[in-house]
Design a protein. Structure first.
Length: 291
């Protein structure tokens, strides 16, 4: 499989046909067609269904498209990293909803102002979902809530968060796990690191014995807690950006409440955009890193 053939294949897919791809690549259509046939011959499969003058991706072509995108993107990253060029292109960044709401706005604004050749795409999700997306190269880096597996990822610690248990204002004081028996737990879906902290504080391997209301927004969680629907565990930094939150805060032991948010990327793949973000984070004042 020739790398140049993959680039031609990608252009044909993106341009919707041989003639437009040939114009983009400054080649004659017959040369593009030859490249596609060579690629099909080398792989032993048909990549397109041919219908008169139109080409449609075959199932094998759909699979190859994803791999071609990854290989070409990785090649671009390698060239940029080795040549020391400024960040450019698409930078896919993941972040926890809490980090996005309370920590990232000034950082993203600074990155956007400094690196105008980068198109930043932000994706929010749970800790586990973003690690999976990193492994599958759907993200370039992510802010998560736990140190990642060392064999697959590299990371730097960035923010220190303090988690607190919240309830409605009329809830009795909560000092131990037994004080929440009978309460509904409001949490993000499975895969959320803060949900695992709550399980550890409760001394449970799962929350199966509790009623759990799963929500995917901190504003929705705070609103439900305020209305008396249940209790929740969340970073205090999030509460600071929701000034209308009428909730009662209950401290949990520091062993569970102190969390460090790392920036994570795939081991050995420090792209110019990730390096630029790392540099920006290193210059943050200490007060912006602490809970």
């Amino acid at each position: 499989m020739n790398f140049a053939d993959l680039q031609v294949f990608k252009s044909v897919v993106e341009e919707g046909g041989v003639i437009r791809a040939a114009s983009k690549l400054h080649r004659v259509p017959s040369a593009v067609t030859t490249r596609i046939k060579q690629l099909e011959a080398s792989m032993g499969v048909k990549l397109f269904h041919r219908d008169k003058q139109r080409l449609h991706l075959s199932p094998a072509g759909e699979l190859l498209k994803d791999y071609a995108d990854r290989l070409i993107r990785l090649s671009d990253e390698a060239r940029d990293a080795v040549s020391g060029t400024r960040p450019r292109g698409v930078f896919r960044l993941g972040a926890l909803e809490s980090t996005t709401a309370s920590r990232l706005p000034p950082i993203l604004a600074g990155f956007h102002a400094r690196y105008r050749d980068v198109r930043l795409e932000l994706v929010t999700g749970t800790n586990d979902a973003m690690l999976k997306q990193l492994m599958e190269r759907q993200l370039d880096a992510a802010f998560i809530a736990e140190p990642p597996p060392a064999q697959a990822f590299e990371h730097i610690p960035v923010f220190t968060e303090r988690l607190t248990l919240i309830s409605s204002l009329d809830h009795a004081p909560i000092r131990r796990a037994s004080d929440v028996e009978g309460d509904t737990l409001i949490a993000f879906p499975e895969g959320c690191a803060y949900r695992r902290v709550l399980q550890r504080w409760l001394g449970r391997d799962s929350l199966a014995t509790f009623r759990v209301l799963e929500l995917a927004s901190y504003h929705a969680i705070v609103a439900c807690v305020t209305a008396g629907a249940g209790i929740a565990l969340m970073p205090e930094s999030v509460l600071e950006v929701i000034p209308q939150a009428s909730v009662r805060r209950h401290a949990i032991p520091k062993a569970q409440s102190s969390i460090t948010t790392p920036l994570v990327w795939r081991r050995g793949e420090l792209s110019p955009s990730v390096l630029a973000l790392r540099t920006l984070l290193a210059a943050l004042p200490r007060q912006q890193r602490a809970a």
